[in-house]
Design a protein around this ligand. Structure first.
Ligand SMILES: Cc1ncc(COP(=O)(O)O)c(C=O)c1O
Length: 395
């Protein structure tokens, strides 16, 4: 089969909800990806930050193989071994609490919104504040939380009760919070929004502000979680704990999974039996993969590596910036979640990089996203930086 034939099949049978590039991926290993024509690429994108350990990491592959031989799915009205173990791992590495498992980031955020609504129903509150340029997913609740008009357009009426403010603007936040406010949701680093980092001071003030008013502080760590920023979770950069945290993406390194983590500091029993569910949520396959991810990060020292390689890549990008000041405006990020803000639109650069064998992404028109796996080597980093340098020289 050739890419063209695959494309024709998609054109006929798959709803055109994605803007796709003309490339069909058939194999991937570590940071390498191969297309159907046999061309090799270096992956600095990790499938929207999903393959945090790199593609087909042996620990994950073995865990999946072993689990498949035993049982793939069990209904959530029975117990399985892996779900409890993965929940324990998440809690050990985040904060005392409990976990609800689902299958995606949007679904985890739906769970957080439902939690907030039900928690608020105890005191007649339902409003949720989220940040402009946020991204929380495409289901209707998550979409209402996603404060970007381009995603919401055409889907009115949205779930009501959402208010939007600029990230890091504490005064603006104070103005929109009312006696109906029950929760504030934010990404510690806005990924899709352009790699915008929440300030430490802002988050600390927000924590106290929420504590004083019994407002839930919800961190969407769907993209930042599981080591990418150099800590297990990005909230750990801020010296605070969120009340709720959502995870997905690299939690099982490619096996669909999502998680809502609820801090024990919330004393009320909110999502009790019968209030929320997900058929596939936390099934043996996904949770076995998730456990393998934790083990691989722990045993491979990958948090340190994410920090070190993040600094290495960042230094390399700064050098490229000096060479191309007319193209690159700013480099920002934490660990291996890096953004390169450009003076020019980035789609052409992304296309040229891909043609030259490097996969990257551009968001918000002018921000290149560099989010390689935590297993990246210096050689691979140099290789990717070289390609980017050459592409920028040709712009
Ligand atoms: C921060 C954040 N939250 C939620 C989502 C939605 O996740 P999913 O596509 O798995 O529903 C994304 C996806 O990019 C995300 O980056």
């Amino acid at each position: 089969m050739k890419t063209k034939e695959v494309q024709e099949q998609y054109n006929q049978y798959v709803l055109p909800t994605y803007t796709r590039v003309s490339m069909c991926i058939v194999k991937a290993k570590g940071l390498k990806v191969w297309d159907i024509e046999g061309k090799e690429y270096l992956d600095f994108f990790s499938g929207w930050a999903v393959s945090g350990l790199g593609h087909c990491h042996p620990a994950v592959v073995n865990a999946i193989k072993n689990q498949i031989r035993k049982v793939i799915h069990i209904p959530n009205n029975f117990y399985g071994i892996k779900q409890g173990q993965l929940a324990e791992k998440i809690i050990q590495h985040s904060f005392p609490g409990r976990v609800f498992f689902c299958n995606s980031g949007a679904e985890a955020n739906e769970g957080a919104i439902k939690f907030a609504r039900r928690y608020g129903s105890l005191s007649g509150r339902y409003e949720i504040v989220t940040m402009k340029n946020s991204f929380h997913g495409r289901t209707l609740g998550a979409l209402a939380a996603t404060a970007q008009e381009k995603y919401q357009k055409g889907f009115n009426p949205l779930l009501e009760g959402f208010k939007y403010v600029q990230l890091n603007d504490f005064e603006a936040l104070q103005k929109v919070v009312s006696d109906k406010t029950v929760a504030i949701i934010l990404e510690p680093i806005q990924g899709e929004g352009g790699v915008n980092i929440a300030d430490v001071d802002y988050i600390k003030r927000l924590r106290t502000f929420c504590d004083d008013r019994k407002i839930l502080l919800i961190f969407d760590e769907v993209q930042t979680g599981m080591g990418r920023t150099g800590y297990w979770f990005a909230f750990q950069h801020y010296g605070i704990e969120p009340d709720l945290m959502t995870l997905a993406k690299s939690l099982a390194n490619g096996v669909p999974i999502g998680a809502l983590v609820v801090n024990r500091r919330i004393k009320e029993e909110v999502l009790v039996a019968g209030t929320h569910a997900s058929t596939f949520g936390g099934n043996p396959l996904a949770t076995a993969a998730g456990l393998a991810v934790f083990k691989a990060i722990e045993e491979g020292g990958l948090l340190t590596r994410a920090k070190e390689m993040g600094e290495y890549l960042r230094a390399g990008l700064e050098k490229i910036k000096q060479k191309h000041p007319a193209v690159i405006k700013e480099i920002r990020g934490m660990g291996l979640m890096l953004g390169v803000e450009l003076h020019v639109p980035g789609s052409d650069i992304v296309n040229r990089a891909r043609e030259a064998g490097l996969l990257i992404n551009c968001t918000q028109d002018k921000v290149l996203r560099i989010i390689p796996a935590m297993t990246i080597t210096k050689r691979q980093a140099d290789q990717g930086l070289d390609i980017l340098d050459q592409v920028l020289a040709s712009v």
